[in-house]
Design a protein around this ligand. Structure first.
Ligand code: AMP
Length: 398
């Protein structure tokens, strides 16, 4: 397996140091202000535990939601400090802000093995604006920088892209290392049995990965609303289904590229169609690929499920991002769950990314059968597109 291009925390002189770790604690919260799903917090534990074992003074920083640059008590990271404290069985101090004299005092006062969680970075507009002075203030809190927020490395935000430039000693945590290794392995795979499964709302979000992986993936399975843009591009009737009319030419280009590369590019051959997108709307299965007016395509049909399952069972490598239909509405979630089941049942090296696909995998109880569940939907897509990600680039420069 290719070695990640940066140093990891266990290769750096961190013993006893004040270590500033960018984590991804962007967790869903309940109405009562508690962490609803602590999986992102758990994913950061190996790095935090390693830092504890090295007697580091640990300063954690993250964003949570989209507070748009102002304080919002509903998006405070305080509940995450409590969840982390319970997971580690140790005290996690909560800072009142992420920069400023009080925070500096708390960071400097840390003793070996103590943890301080900074308040939501996005309470300051300078975070998303990638402001240098803001980045410098954050950087002054630590002696070593560790990036472990894979879900944020594709963003050119201050804590990700600029803070590392103030450090000589910097590197990745174990989560970032694992993500980069798994995705690099996919990019460098020599096998001819690579199935790329893409779904979700928009073709436009997936054009980059299609351009990059056609030729590497010999089988491409398309579901979700993005399929209709490809069908319409071929002159097939799609009723009132969601479509990106400004992407029809892009869709044609992709179809031609797949044909030229000799890739198997499969689109739904039947659909679940409905009069509207709600659980109580009537729905039925089409016999063929066309969707007549006035119906809306809401999920892949049974023939498509069977054909996609067959392809998945023959793959040696699978990458899946995006639901096959309107997965949030129970009657239209069958296709997505069927794909989740097929990916879980396969012996392939399987990687799943993206909120809905990951949710489907968890809800189908098959998460432990997936080789790797990526913590970054957008970041994993951009990585596989071959883009240079700001948070990774920042670790490479000196
Ligand atoms: P994305 O964020 O691109 O992964 O898209 C996820 C969204 O795509 C989900 O909210 C789905 O409800 C939506 N989606 C999937 N299939 C369809 C469809 N056939 N019609 C409308 N929306 C869809």
């Amino acid at each position: 397996m290719t070695i990640a291009p940066f140093k990891t925390i266990d290769q750096l002189p961190v013993r006893g140091k004040r270590v500033l770790i960018r984590v991804d604690f962007n967790t869903p919260l309940t109405d009562a202000g508690r962490v609803a799903d602590d999986s992102r917090v758990r994913m950061s534990l190996p790095t935090i535990r390693y830092a504890l074992s090295e007697g580091c003074r640990i300063i954690l920083m993250s964003h949570l939601g989209r507070p748009k640059g102002t304080f919002n008590k509903n998006l405070s990271l305080k509940p995450v400090a409590e969840a982390l404290s319970a997971l580690l069985n140790t005290r996690v101090a909560m800072a009142p802000d992420c920069i400023g004299p009080k925070v500096e005092e708390m960071a400097r006062g840390l003793k070996a093995g103590e943890i301080l969680l900074l308040e939501n970075l996005r309470f300051h507009p300078e975070e998303t604006a990638n402001d240098t002075d803001f980045a410098r203030s954050l950087a002054e809190l630590g002696e070593v920088y560790i990036e472990d927020a894979f879900g944020a490395v594709h963003r050119a935000h201050a804590s990700v892209a600029s803070v590392p430039s103030f450090f000589k000693v910097k590197g990745a945590g174990f989560l970032l290392k694992k993500e980069v290794e798994v995705l690099t392995h996919i990019l460098e795979a020599k096998t001819g049995k690579f199935a790329l499964i893409l779904g979700g709302a928009k073709v436009s979000d997936k054009l980059g990965i299609l351009h990059s992986l056609i030729g590497k993936a010999d089988t491409i399975l398309i579901g979700g609303a993005m399929a209709y843009t490809f069908l319409k591009a071929q002159g097939i009737e799609i009723g009132k289904s969601l479509v990106e009319t400004d992407r029809l030419d892009d869709a044609k280009t992709i179809l031609e590229k797949a044909r030229a590369a000799g890739s198997r590019f499969l689109l739904p051959e039947d659909h679940i169609v409905s009069a509207g997108i709600s659980a109580d709307a009537s729905f039925h299965t089409t016999d063929s690929t066309a969707i007549p007016l006035p119906f809306i395509g809401v999920d892949i049909g049974p023939k498509t499920i069977q054909s996609y399952e067959e392809q998945i069972s023959q793959a040696a490598i699978i990458f899946w991002n995006g639901p096959m239909g309107v997965f949030e509405v129970p009657p239209f979630s069958k296709g997505t769950f069927a794909i989740a089941g097929a990916v879980a049942a396969s012996d392939a090296q399987s990687v799943v990314g993206g909120g809905d696909s990951v949710r489907a995998i968890h809800e189908s109880g098959a998460a432990d059968k997936i080789s790797h569940i990526s913590s970054g939907g957008g970041a994993s897509l951009e990585f596989l597109e071959g883009k240079q990600l700001p948070g990774i680039q920042a670790l490479l420069s000196t």
